[in-house]
Ligand binder design. Sequence first.
Ligand SMILES: CC(C)(COP(=O)(O)OP(=O)(O)OC[C@H]1O[C@@H](n2cnc3c(N)ncnc32)[C@H](O)[C@@H]1OP(=O)(O)O)[C@@H](O)C(=O)NCCC(=O)NCCS
Length: 179
Amino acid sequence: MELLPYKASDNEEIKQLFTKVFSDSEGEAEGRVIGNLTADIMTGTDTQDLYGFVATENKQIIGSIFFTRLRFQNRVNNAFLLAPVAIHTRYQGKGIGRRLINFGLDRLKENGVEIVFTYGDPHFYSKVGFTPISEKVVKAPFALTQPEGWLGQSLVSQEIKPIAGNAYCVKALNKPEYW
Ligand SMILES: CC(C)(COP(=O)(O)OP(=O)(O)OC[C@H]1O[C@@H](n2cnc3c(N)ncnc32)[C@H](O)[C@@H]1OP(=O)(O)O)[C@@H](O)C(=O)NCCC(=O)NCCS
């Protein structure tokens, strides 16, 4: 298995991967939503606001992850949001998701990113260093339907310091239904 940054020529294969994985886990409609979201992230996000990585096996993409910039009103934090991530259904539960996420976090850290947020299952993301955050400490871009899923980790210190003001995600994620 290889872990590497994604290329624009991977776009269609990555979209298909997300569509298939989320169709398998959450039904076809959700598969389409997440496939389209991933395509929007790849085509509609400035390169300085985007990191994407793939896991490959025999040149086939078996996993993928995206991180997009999260801006705050104070403009000082170098922050990104992890979403979405998928491992091919056949390859799940073998540690590939954990390795891909950690690979991505290491690349972001090398590039000076200070803090990473995500919105998902606290049980899973706690295995890769995320802890729950109160929206009073750091606001999410939208009102959250599941506030317990708002998670973060600092790449530069032990704890997450409060960040004042509103948070703004990239255009592809800027829809209340994703939150
Ligand atoms: C969630 C996902 C990315 C995890 O990747 P994976 O390769 O299957 O996970 P790993 O094998 O690396 O597991 C890492 C740890 O998380 C746990 N874990 C895996 N999937 C989990 C889940 N859905 N819920 C809770 N814990 C989970 C594993 O038990 C493992 O813990 P352990 O090492 O202590 O045993 C993958 O299963 C997937 O694509 N699922 C469908 C899409 C999805 O839900 N994406 C995440 C939301 S954006």
